[in-house]
Design a protein around this ligand. Structure first.
Ligand SMILES: Cc1cc2nc3c(=O)[nH]c(=O)nc-3n(C[C@H](O)[C@H](O)[C@H](O)COP(=O)(O)O)c2cc1C
Length: 185
């Protein structure tokens, strides 16, 4: 059975590199898992005033994520943190009756700078550690893709061999992590 991985795209950009990374993984590993991008860009701003009557697309977003076997977070870095749209989506998810709690997950992030979204990922991990979110994040596999514009061609294929090999390793590690998590559950 294929693992259904919902990939939360933290970018709101129509030319997002982080989306391209997810699309690359989607194509390359399609026999091992089904990666489905989930977008956060059209979600209304969270407010406690509307949390019991969320807009339809927010409800659909939360149910879409709840339906996942596993999660992939693709996070850009904005001003040393995660983009506001992604934080907003996580705020909604934190009020969605544990939609992502204990779901096996991994994180990737790409930026044009050399640090590859490391500061955003540190913040993301901190946010996700809240008990209302708390997915089960694969340890020891941190994917920081710096200088992404020099590592990918114009159709979204990686041209950088070390990155290709590293992503192979991480995806294989995730498949093992997923199996172990399921055995323990
Ligand atoms: C408002 C804004 C803030 C940014 N801040 C950072 C930053 O703090 N660190 C960094 O490495 N890149 C930063 N960048 C550059 C992004 O990493 C780069 O635009 C990247 O392509 C965004 O990911 P995306 O293509 O998936 O949208 C920033 C870009 C924008 C638009």
């Amino acid at each position: 059975m294929t693992i259904k991985v919902k990939a939360i795209i933290g970018s709101t950009s129509s030319t997002s590199y982080n989306l391209k990374v997810v699309e690359y993984l989607q194509k390359k590993y399609s026999e091992k898992m089904e990666i489905i991008p989930v977008f956060v860009k059209d979600l209304e701003l969270f407010s406690v005033d509307i949390e019991r009557t969320p807009p339809e697309n927010v409800t659909a977003f939360m149910e879409n994520v709840r339906d996942a076997d596993a999660l992939l977070f693709a996070v850009p870095e904005y001003n040393f943190s995660i983009p506001g749209a992604m934080k907003n989506a996580l705020d909604w998810l934190s009020r969605s009756n544990f939609a992502i709690k204990e779901k096996p997950a991994f994180i990737v992030g790409a930026s044009m700078g050399v640090l590859g979204s490391v500061r955003a990922q540190l913040h993301l991990r901190e946010i996700l550690s809240n008990p209302m979110l708390s997915p089960s994040i694969m340890p020891n596999n941190e994917v920081y893709i710096g200088s992404i514009h020099q590592k990918m061609d114009e159709v979204g294929n990686f041209t950088d061999e070390p990155t290709i090999e590293f992503l192979d390793l991480v995806v294989n590690n995730f498949l093992q992590f997923y199996s172990k998590t399921k055995v323990m559950a």
